[in-house]
Write a protein that binds this ligand. Sequence first.
Ligand code: F0G
Length: 463
Amino acid sequence: MSIQRPARRSWAEPWKVKVVEPLKMTTRAERERAIVEAGYNTFLLRSDDVYIDLLTDSGTSAMSDWQWAGMMMGDEAYAGSRNFYNLEETIQKYYGFKYVVPTHQGRGAENLLSQIAIEPGDYVPGNMYFTTTRLHQELAGGTFVDVIVPEAHDPLDERPFKGNIDLGALEALISKVGAKKIPYVCVAATVNMAGGQPISMANMKAVRELTDKHGIKIFLDATRAVENAFFIKQREPGYRDKSTAEILLEFCSYSDGCTMSGKKDALVNIGGWLALNDKDMYEEASNLVVVFEGLHTYGGMAGRDMEAMARGIVESVQDDHMRARIGQVEYLGRRLMDWGVPVVRPIGGHAVYLDAKAFYPQLTQDQFPAQTLAAALYVDAGVRAMERGIVSAGRDKQTGKHHYPKLELVRLTIPRRVYTQAHMDVVAESAACVWDDRAKATGLRMTYEPKYLRFFQARFEPL
Ligand code: F0G
């Protein structure tokens, strides 16, 4: 009798392991204690108590031997480090922007851009909010307006580019408040809070045409733009034979600059930048950066960190790297879908998102279903995930009421080049066990709520 062989796997990693980091294995009783101590917030767990850490893909990548070798080439001069010039040239080459201001991480760049571009009373449209991005826009006196396509809010909608901007909604905002009140459109690629969904090249071009008519700038949140480029290669007609690097360059060419967290696509543990094409804006940013981050040739990074990031960018745009990266995330997502566990579709770039509303229909959103689910996952097998629902959404800055996002998700975020396929199997098995136990969940109550970005430090107890 012959056994049916599975289809050949095409996403295997283009690297092998040279150094390993042993993990502590914990018992269920230990994890039950740890989650209580952490106030049911996975951000407050000690990483030593975590087995598979899918909290975030931010700063958690494994660097290559070439990047580590670059760390030894750090030029730790206060001013004019050679590593800065290498980083600047690399960003110019792969992202295509003229001017580069280094920052310690993405939110440093968001702060600079928001301070420079936004006046009190302005509106900043974008394809779904991101936590730090929106907060910096608000701190600068702006109001974020969500203009993502409606299907982005539906976890089951299978459309390939659920990160797209709704052009009608953007046009309506321009007519309503006037172009002068809109300093720029903030375009995220991919869209983290929508499930890591990409935006298409066609949509990006159309946004450029529309904003050009009104003299409005576009700034990318390029944090995962390489992953976005790979999705365009996979899904958009006309791009299959182009390289990820070519697609990235074309994509960025429709914008006026970007903020960047190098801790994601760029395969480093720390770093970011603001890139600009406008000389006046650049001069203002390179002046302001000395107040918040450091001199404009290091921006809060050591020389060695800038070198690692420059090399990480080169590695990040390789098609084979991206195929394995996206392939691994897809692998985990497929497993869960095959077992009937509810996840956001299609599977996104950096994470698989569990649909907590579908897990726990017995809970209201005020009972924090996603927070509950993330805690349950940790207790089950030591897998650490992140809430991306009502806690992350925070409160309305005018009314002080909770934002009630349509999506109430738990993010299983895959660090780059860190975990194996067997680890992904453990995660899938654990999520399936928690799914089987779903009827037992009773929800949480918030006992401590910090003022800014509450999801990081809020505490909870069971209801
Ligand atoms: N933009 C996006 C889309 C992000 O995902 C992040 C960070 C930032 C900006 C801010 O960058 O952390 O370097 O200051 N996201 C992390 C996450 C924290 O887990 O999704 P940062």
